[in-house]
Design a protein. Structure first.
Ligand code: FAD
Length: 360
């Protein structure tokens, strides 16, 4: 009788366990033809847009910080920074070499430095103590993080004096001018003082006195830095993908979400150069599409069968405390309770947990 040689499963290495990487891994779990290894700098996935709520309500983080093993039982997970790629393996900081047939890069932004879930939960407790024990709070950065944090504090702690300093000429520069103006009006109406066109010189600030670029002094009991987090692409700079990045360090992808000119390397989420807003719900779309394409390829399907990605039209929601929010869809911008009903109560946490097969 002829012996049947078992077909080896194709090995997928996913680097980055954020919004995109976590959903991709969940979708590939128990696949008949694919085995994956997730490499992430930290041992948990975090619903990143919920972290401002966790600063005013630390118990909220118990649902938003999820150990990778909780939603990927039995999976191969390596908690370590990836530091390079050579031919068909990824190298990690602790010296391991992980072989792949397909590689998916999902390192949207560098990690916060808190490796364990317990450390991350303690960070929220500490930040909450800082807020509670301060009368005056300085927030630096007027992008979505700074605006959402100012909104959370203004609603939960209305007697605190909050100042927000932003180097740009308007808030929320990633979306339209009207949105920036509406966010400014909303914050100002809740006694948040917004200072535009100035930055904070951290080197010359001490003992609760902060120097602005205009030479003004701001006194504050505590400070929160909400400036943008760098893209997680520096580890690629010495690899064969170094010429596949644009000027912002984003990977250039084709419509199948493979890095241009590479047949077996995909990129998903904020690290891609797809011409659309960098949003988590889009990172999740990329993940689902790449899961399909990996399954097609591992089933021996023809290149022409691969699914193609169409960039999304612009839509973003910025929460403003627990009930209100600001939404921009195309060129329509609304602020108040109606957009708030979409995001601000649960911040899509229940929905995200369900996508990972967990209780909402
Ligand atoms: C305040 C705020 C509010 C937002 N609100 C929304 C919203 O309402 N809806 C929405 O859809 N989007 C929202 N976003 C955007 C959303 O958070 C991002 O688009 C999303 O997190 C991108 O997902 P990602 O998987 O590409 O990257 P990330 O979620 O940043 O994940 C990257 C992962 O890569 C890992 N990593 C990085 N470098 C390495 C390395 N060298 N080795 C190993 N691992 C590495 C990190 O640990 C991390 O786990 C918001 C963002 C902010 C800041």
């Amino acid at each position: 009788m002829a012996e049947i040689t078992p077909v080896r499963k194709k090995r997928v290495v996913v680097v980055g366990g954020g919004v995109a990487g976590s959903l991709l891994c969940k979708t590939l779990l128990n696949d008949k033809h694919l085995d994956f290894t997730l490499i992430d700098s930290k041992e948990y996935f975090e619903v990143s847009w919920a972290n401002l709520r966790s600063m005013v309500e630390p118990s909220f983080a118990k649902r938003t910080v999820i150990n990778h093993h909780e939603y990927l039982p039995g999976a191969s997970i390596i908690t370590c920074d990836a530091i390079g790629i050579e031919e068909n393996h990824v190298s990690t900081l602790e010296g391991r070499l992980i072989e792949f047939d397909y590689l998916v890069i999902a390192t949207g932004h560098i990690a916060s430095g808190y490796v364990t879930k317990a450390e991350k939960l303690r960070q929220y407790e500490a930040e909450n103590e800082k807020i509670k024990s301060s009368e005056s709070i300085l927030i630096v950065g007027g992008g979505p993080s700074g605006v959402e944090l100012a909104g959370e504090i203004a609603v939960d702690f209305p007697t605190k004096k909050v100042k927000l300093v932003h180097r740009g000429s308007r808030l929320l520069e990633f979306i339209g001018e009207v949105a920036g103006k509406k966010a400014l009006d909303w914050l100002t109406a809740r006694n948040v003082e917004v200072i535009l066109g100035q930055s904070i010189d951290f080197s010359s600030s001490s003992d609760g006195v902060y120097q602005t670029s205009n030479g003004e002094e701001i006194m504050a009991d505590c400070l929160f830095k909400c400036t943008s987090i760098p893209i997680g692409s520096s580890w690629l700079q010495e690899t064969f993908l170094k010429d596949s990045m644009d000027d912002f360090g984003r990977l250039k992808v084709d419509e199948t979400l493979r890095v241009k000119d590479f047949e077996n390397v995909f990129a998903i989420g904020d690290i891609t150069d797809i011409p659309e807003l960098k949003q988590g719900y889009l990172a999740q779309r990329h993940a689902l599409l790449v899961a399909k394409n990996l399954k097609l390829l591992s089933n021996g399907c023809d290149e022409s069968a691969l699914v193609k990605y169409v960039p999304a039209s612009p839509m973003a929601i910025v929460s403003l405390g627990r009930r209100e929010a600001l939404i921009q869809i195309w060129c329509v911008t609304l602020v108040g309770r109606i957009p708030g009903m979409l995001k601000s109560k649960d911040l899509f946490v229940g929905k995200t947990r369900k996508q990972l097969g967990l209780k909402a």
